[in-house]
Design a protein around this ligand. Structure first.
Ligand code: TRP
Length: 341
């Protein structure tokens, strides 16, 4: 039996932060060890919200370089740009013809645009409206078994399943119906201000593409701490510094960190040793991050300095992706009475 196939799309939103790393990148790399894994940069989806062309290009490279730098093996995982696989938008057209407008009107992506982004029906673009149709094609073009997604994307996978079922009902068994895998225990990583780390809160720590100085001063240094006096015991319970430290340190290191913090001293057993305040704690966190990500940081810089190489890797991935998608699209087109490409 071949391993089950997993597929995930990543929107090109720029250099991933630590929340993305722990919540998405690391789990996907882990999953790739036991699955036949497809991963792509959803640049066509990115077009649904307008941005400057330079931004899209830059963000796409940054995402690709970051995933590889963090350990994604492009030989093992099929890693590609969505736009390099024209079978996907072509399949999306066919799927759009079996999905009902009423169902898409109830999709989160669209309802959000109306409710939260304050757009009117006149203003919402058709790309945004049919976002779930393209997403269904992303998934169905590869006979995907499992789609690991956050809760916010569950409905989109449901729409994808509906598209596959309806197409199968109309034309015979042509598409595999995938299942969503919802990670219930999604880690929430605290950001600089203690709220969930998120690009939209502008409270992120980015270990890639950031100079040591900026990582120390503009990121770790900006983590909000309480105003415990220097030399007094630090309360680590709801401290962002301590939470982040625990996420990246091994047990021994973390135990020592906590003992120092709770003693308020560098040497927890020596009350006359130097004070251990939030400043020192942050320096420890900074050193920990540098050490943990030293290799990844160097690899990211190396890749970003050689975009031709990133292009090559992604294009190789696209070739492998197209080999699969073209067969499946041909199956679908043939079933509908359209001559395959
Ligand atoms: N919509 C997903 C997100 O916002 C990205 C995505 C696009 C995706 N196509 C996909 C995820 C296919 C899983 C499968 O995060």
């Amino acid at each position: 039996m071949p391993n089950p196939r997993v597929l995930t799309g990543i929107k090109p939103t720029g250099v991933p932060h630590l929340g993305n790393y722990l919540g998405a990148i690391q789990p996907a790399i882990e999953l790739a060890k036991t699955h036949d894994s497809f991963l792509f940069i959803a640049d066509l989806h990115a077009l649904t919200t307008f941005q400057k062309r330079e931004q899209l290009i830059e963000d796409t490279y940054a995402v690709a370089a970051a995933w590889i730098a963090h350990g994604l093996d492009p030989e093992k995982v099929v890693f590609y740009r969505q736009s390099d696989v024209p079978e996907i938008p072509m399949l999306a057209w066919v799927l759009g013809c079996v999905l009902n407008k009423g169902l898409l009107e109830r999709a989160h992506s669209y309802k959000d645009a109306l409710a939260n982004k304050g757009l009117t029906e006149e203003e919402v673009n058709m790309g945004l409206f049919s976002y779930p149709v393209l997403m269904a094609a992303d998934i169905l073009a590869f006979d995907t078994d499992v789609v690991p997604v956050g809760k916010d994307q569950q409905q989109h996978v449901e729409i994808c399943r509906e598209a596959a079922r309806k197409l199968n009902l109309a034309y015979g068994d042509v598409l595999k119906v995938p299942v969503a895998r919802i990670d219930e225990k999604v880690m929430t990583i605290p950001g600089l201000d203690g709220r969930k780390m998120s690009k939209s809160y502008d409270n992120t720590i980015k270990v890639l593409g950031t100079s040591e100085k900026d990582l120390q001063k503009k990121m770790v240094g900006k983590i909000i701490c309480d105003s415990t006096e220097l030399g007094q015991p630090l309360s680590t319970e709801s401290s962002t510094v301590a939470q982040l430290y625990a996420l990246f340190a091994d047990q021994t290191k973390n135990d020592l960190f906590l003992r120092r913090a709770h003693a308020g001293r560098i040497d927890p057993d020596d009350a006359s040793s130097e004070a251990f305040g939030w400043g020192t704690a942050k320096k420890e966190l900074f050193d920990l991050l540098l050490e943990r990500f030293r290799r990844d940081r160097a690899e990211y810089d190396r890749l970003m300095a050689d975009r031709g190489h990133i292009d090559q890797l992604l294009q190789k991935g696209a070739e492998r992706a197209r080999a699969v998608a073209s067969t499946i699209l041909a199956r679908v087109l043939t079933a509908t009475g359209i001559r395959p490409l």
